[in-house]
Design a protein around this ligand. Structure first.
Ligand code: SAM
Ligand code: SF4
Length: 381
């Protein structure tokens, strides 16, 4: 992939929380919050039992939001070509990133709104000191499903502590089984370390580990069968993710996308696959091997088979912005709200109003699609 000019970062339109508090009543933000409150009150009166309603985050399309991805850092020790720029560091300052107490407070609020699944991500979540303690606090709050996505570089040495803290599931990125190619993709020499991390996770209570490969045409799409073999040999859940237009170097084109249907056909031709039922809101279509071999295949097709209709996810970026879609044109400033003294009630109301407006779907396949200025490493996958 070519590397054109530097990415445009940080130009996302951010809805200021200050609007919610301080702008004149004519402000569309304040209006929106008031309208939302009124609508909420009416719904509340209609609903039975009201208490359950209060525990539910619903958008205007009736989708229930139960999953939150929390990016705890925009920093990363890798520089994957489909994610981060080859340019020098362009991280946010430390004080722009949510502190642990701010993250704790938001987690409590989100849980009170009906969030049940939390995935910790980044950047690379294991580069932020204190992540195990944060997981322990989330666990103590009663998060039903607590997981993490990591590049695996620091996993082997941290696996035990993460499990003790309450982590229940792990996704590890691995985009090539060839050390030289892995180095070209991640721009690190960490192949052996990551493989060791996968081994350690696979021998732990986190097994079966999910191993994520982003397929990019011409880069690693010749490895589909090898990855499937890897799943069979190691008993891991091998997940193939379609390349999305969220790379910092802006090299994405449709021709780089390897459709999930092609991946299915190629694996099925060699080792017949049997579909496993999945929850409607799950991103992956899941398959086991018909011959009873261990391991599973997962296909994630946000480009060729969007799953927006059943989306149950929202995202919190490391700098405290709430995003209702990976491809949102707008993010919503929770950090500002917290730092200006909002009460929990204010924050809850604001979150409800933002979720209410969640996009019906992404527009990758529309002729007028424009990628968001925030790229994957700054959103949290
Ligand atoms: N650093 C961790 C890792 O790599 O697993 C967590 C953060 S990373 C942004 C989360 C996930 O997003 C990874 O599985 C990564 O492969 C995926 N990802 C990054 N850029 C992507 C892109 N342009 N298209 C599809 N997936 C992408
Ligand atoms: Fe870092 Fe993960 Fe992005 Fe790779 S995919 S550059 S490991 S955040």
């Amino acid at each position: 992939m070519e590397t054109p000019g530097p990415p445009e970062l940080g130009k996302e339109r951010t809805r200021r929380k200050t609007a919610y508090f301080r702008l004149a009543p004519a402000s569309k933000y304040l209006d929106r919050a008031i309208l939302f409150l009124e609508k909420g009150k009416q719904e509340f009166r209609r609903s039975r039992p009201a208490r359950n309603r209060a525990m539910t985050l619903l958008d205007k399309f009736g989708r229930q939001i139960t999953d939150l991805r929390i990016s705890i850092t925009d920093r990363c020790n890798f520089r994957c070509v489909y994610c981060r720029s080859a340019d020098p560091e362009n991280y946010r300052d430390h004080d722009e990133i949510l502190s642990w107490p701010e993250l704790d407070r938001l987690a409590k609020i989100f849980l009170s709104l009906g969030i049940r699944k939390i995935r910790i991500t980044g950047g690379e979540p294991l580069v932020r000191a204190g992540v195990e303690d944060y997981i322990a606090r989330l666990h103590a709050l009663g998060v039903e499903d607590l997981s993490m996505t990591t590049n695996g570089h620091l996993l082997a040495e941290r696996c035990e502590r993460l499990m003790e803290a309450g982590l229940r599931r792990i996704n590890i990125s691995l985009d090539s089984l060839d050390p030289g190619r892995f180095e070209r993709i991640t721009r690190t020499k960490s192949f052996g370390t990551v493989m060791h991390g996968i081994d350690v996770a696979q021998k732990s209570r986190l097994a079966p580990a999910k191993v994520n490969a982003v397929l990019v045409r011409g880069l690693n799409d010749d490895e589909v069968e090898s990855f499937a073999e890897f799943a069979r040999e190691r008993g891991v859940i091998m997940r193939f993710i379609e390349f999305m237009p969220l790379d910092a170097d802006r090299t994405w084109t449709r021709s780089h996308v390897v459709p999930a249907a092609e991946v299915y056909q190629r694996i099925h031709a060699r080792w017949p696959l049997v579909q496993i039922p999945h929850e409607r809101s799950e991103t992956a279509r899941k398959y086991r091997f018909a011959d009873g071999a261990p391991g599973e295949i997962g296909l994630i097709a946000p480009v060729t088979q969007p799953f927006c209709g059943h989306c149950s996810r929202i995202r919190l970026t490391a700098d405290g912005k709430l995003r209702t879609c990976l491809f949102s044109k707008e993010d919503h400033d929770l950090r500002g709200l917290l730092r200006e003294g909002a009460t929990d009630n204010d924050v809850e109301t604001y979150i409800r109003s933002v979720v209410d407006e969640k996009e019906e779907g992404h527009r990758i396949n529309s002729p007028d699609f424009v990628p968001p200025s925030r790229t994957m490493v700054f959103i949290g996958g």
